[in-house]
Design a binder for this molecule. Structure first.
Ligand code: NAD
Length: 466
């Protein structure tokens, strides 16, 4: 009899995909490897289950989803440990336990949020109301960096609105996502949420499936483009949360010591493997050296290592592909004359996928480490003297997920309004909230998640006129 969440979701050795711990290389388990036929069968089951789920009505769904959040809380520690082993992120710090806490918090908020009908005209002659219904079957496709939290971001509003969901986790982190779905399914009716783990072919089939009405996708811009192409075939509505290369601008009015901790975690939360992390930092010449020194001091004091060790708050890169990207970008920066303040070489003493916090100073726009998303524990810090130049630098790339401005609040708000990004934080970077809409502009995608706007994105509007 299976006695752990991992046992419950593991496949046998003959058919499963081996999943290794990125910190140690150890085999954790084997994820079921679905075929395209399996995916088709899952969509058919989700389609059959949808009308009854929608017919339960909002209050009954609220009650069931709150119980699902309780079930997540009851299994939070076991899920956090599995997540830590599979994804690499430490239990402590803004990592695995934090991610599980966010899962139940997001689910609770979505469960109790209402999308009320809106009277759009009521003039004596005409009475028209805008109402919202479920879309139908939602396909959710997720990445490997925050696999559980992003999974819940996709599931919670979709379920709240009466949709059923087929979720395909990243092939790098399927076990923890399937385990989370297993826990939710202790409470949810059959086939309301179906997890299907498999490769890119399964994701591509889900995105192009004729019986899927909506795709919620979080991942790279390249895959996002393919999903847009698929939607020409099935006309699925899309929410696309894609890559970013968030800029932060530090104004001369900022206090380097006071902002250093928040700058550090804005960049290095989840060891930098975060969509809306600080990935390019523009610092005014007058305080440049102080900011670099303050960040270097924190880097030196922040422990990195195996995630199951309670002391660590930074972990490995999740996979070799991402490790190679970080290594290549740092080597290229060195070749272009940048100054490596801390790190700069793989931390092979910790394990093959560890790379230390690497602060890269005296670097400029046009160097790959500035222009490309690193998605890892490295931060280029660029000197500026004129705010117009810094704003132009921040806006010059074809992505716009987040951004931040640091310093006097009124000055910072004026600069924020000039940035091309879906969210601009003042004196912080990357914090999200279940009631505050979140989404990108330009190549970072379209559609909003969270709050009432997030519910609208998994609903179809209907006008009742008369
Ligand atoms: P990815 O695009 O390689 O993979 C994401 C998912 O898409 C995986 O489940 C994969 O199997 C699936 N997939 C691959 N090809 C597909 C296809 N043709 N059709 C449908 N599905 C397909 O991204 P990744 O490497 O897992 O994630 C890292 C990227 O995600 C980074 O660029 C990061 O910035 C971005 N990201 C964005 C957000 C956000 O909210 N904007 C959050 C996290 C990550």
């Amino acid at each position: 009899m299976p006695d752990t969440l991992l046992d419950r979701v593991s496949a046998d050795a003959a058919t499963g995909r081996d999943i290794h711990d990125p910190a140690t290389g150890e085999l954790i388990g084997r994820a079921p490897e679905a075929t395209v036929d399996d995916l088709d069968a899952a969509v058919a089951r989700a389609r059959d289950a949808q009308p009854a789920w929608e017919a339960r009505g909002h209050s009954e769904r609220t009650e069931i989803l709150l119980r699902a959040a309780d079930a997540i809380d009851a299994h939070a520690e076991e899920l956090a440990r599995l997540l830590s082993r599979e994804q690499g992120k430490p239990l402590n710090g803004p990592n695995a336990r934090f991610e599980l806490g966010a899962c139940s918090a997001w689910l609770r908020t979505s469960a109790t949020l209402a999308l009320e009908p809106e009277v759009v005209v009521d003039d004596g002659d005409t009475h028209a109301e805008l109402t919202y219904k479920a879309v139908g079957v939602v396909g959710a496709i997720g990445p490997w960096n925050w696999p559980l939290m992003i999974g819940i971001w996709q599931l919670a509003p979709a379920l709240r609105m009466g949709n059923t969901v087929v979720l395909k986790p990243s092939e790098y982190t399927p076990l923890s996502v399937l385990a989370l779905i297993g826990v939710m399914n202790e409470v949810l009716p059959k086939d309301v949420v179906i997890g299907v783990s498999g490769g890119r072919d399964v994701g591509a089939r889900l995105a192009s499936h004729p019986d899927v009405d909506k795709i919620m996708f979080t991942g790279s811009t390249a895959t996002g483009r393919k999903i847009i192409e698929s939607s020409a075939g099935n006309l699925a509505r899309l929410t696309l949360e894609l890559g970013g290369n968030d800029a932060g601008i530090v104004l001369p009015s900022a206090d380097p010591q006071a902002i250093a901790q928040d700058l550090f975690w804005g960049a290095f939360i989840n060891t930098g493997q975060t969509c809306a992390a600080l990935k390019r930092l523009y610092v005014h010449d007058s305080i440049y050296d102080q900011v670099v020194d303050a960040l270097a001091e924190i880097a030196g004091q922040t422990p990195m290592g195996n995630g199951l060790d309670e002391n660590n708050v930074l972990g490995p890169l999740q996979n070799k592909q991402q490790f190679d990207i970080v290594n290549r970008l740092v080597e290229d920066a060195k070749a272009n004359g940048a100054r490596i303040v801390t790190g700069g070489q793989p931390a092979t003493d910790l394990g093959p996928l560890f790379y230390p916090i690497t602060l890269v100073a005296d670097v400029a726009d046009g160097v790959a480490i500035v222009d490309e998303e690193q998605f890892g524990p490295t931060l280029p810090i660029i000197r500026y003297s004129d705010i117009d130049e810094a704003v132009a630098s921040a806006n010059r790339l074809d992505v716009g997920l987040g951004g931040s401005v640091w310093g006097d609040r009124d000055e910072a708000r004026a600069v924020a309004a000039r940035l091309q990004a879906g969210t601009v934080w003042i004196n912080s970077h990357g914090g999200v909230h279940p009631m505050i809409p979140f989404g990108g502009v330009k190549g970072s995608g379209y559609g909003l998640e969270f709050g009432v706007e997030g519910l609208k994105s998994v609903a179809v509007p209907q006008i009742i006129n008369g």
